[in-house]
Design a protein around this ligand. Structure first.
Ligand code: ADP
Ligand code: MG
Length: 256
């Protein structure tokens, strides 16, 4: 058994002549929260897209629990327990919060016609289990009071929580969170950080890209810094915070 949940070896992605991700290597230890930071355009989202099967790599490989998952499509990784959320949440606006959770793919045998016709009691039982699970998730996320609200009426931060909730329906082994705090007010942001810590305490591995550096430093065991497609610094928050290369990368960018 490897002590790493994820291993990225020499991974690259080129868009035409642009190396969006360039020879990145990273081993993620089991049980940890790893934060990825870096100026805009440094390749963070592209790295996530490569790991989570939303984009094909140009070269290199990715191992999940020691198995090669390079270029394995996202829906397959989804059922293996590797899930990602997006920088911009994409909920079903006309469904309630609870319905959004219950709609997560792979949860309804009720959609399979044969089952519905031949084993209605099985379908009913599964549906009640899914509902129970969805209730657990809304309670864990402090969204229980909004369970019947249309997702389209939620605030930006609540939508991010719902997006997180949709991945929790699948009992993930590792969660890749792309900017979980983007567009979230400061109070809810603290709430989301606490939820992420609690998920990690329950044994879920976390890899998180976030623009809010202080937030990343606060909850990560380890921080990885990207600039121009490369990993330029990697270590404990205190190490990275005082690393000259990191300070230079941020000074040289339009970010403050
Ligand atoms: P970050 O998430 O760190 O802000 P991205 O991974 O989104 O950075 O982008 C890294 C670089 O790759 C940027 O220069 C961006 O313009 C470019 N890029 C990202 N996606 C594409 C794409 N689909 N086609 C062409 N260029 C892209
Ligand atoms: Mg991004």
């Amino acid at each position: 058994m490897s002590e790493n949940i994820l291993e990225i070896n020499n991974l690259s992605k080129y868009f035409g002549g642009l190396a969006a991700v360039s020879h990145c290597s990273l081993k993620v230890k089991k049980g940890t929260i790893t934060g990825i930071i870096g100026p805009n355009g440094s390749g963070k989202t592209t790295l996530f897209n490569l790991i989570a099967g939303n984009l094909k790599s140009s070269s290199g490989n990715v191992l999940f629990n020691n198995a090669d998952i390079t270029d394995v499509p996202s829906y397959e990784l989804f059922s293996k327990g590797l899930l990602r959320t997006f920088q911009i949440a994409h909920e079903f606006t006309n469904l309630s919060v609870l319905e959004n959770l219950m709609m997560v793919p792979g949860n309804q045998s009720g959609e399979k016609l044969m089952n519905a016709l031949l084993k209605p009691s099985l379908v009913a039982k599964e549906e009640s289990q899914i509902k129970e699970k969805a209730m657990e998730v809304v309670e864990f996320l402090n969204l229980a009071h909004l369970k019947n609200e249309l997702a389209g009426n939620l605030s930006g931060g609540q939508k991010k929580l719902l997006e997180l909730g949709r991945s929790l329906m699948k009992d993930p082994e590792i969660l890749l969170l792309d900017e979980p705090l983007a567009g979230v007010n400061p109070k809810l942001a603290d709430n989301i950080l606490e939820i992420i810590s609690n998920l990690n305490a329950k044994g879920i591995n976390i890899l998180m890209v976030e623009h809010n550096i202080n937030a990343v430093m606060k909850i990560s065991d380890r921080v990885v810094v990207m600039a121009e497609g490369k990993i330029i610094s990697d270590g404990k928050p205190d190490f990275v915070r005082s690393d000259k290369k990191v300070i230079e990368a941020y000074l040289g960018s339009s970010d403050e």
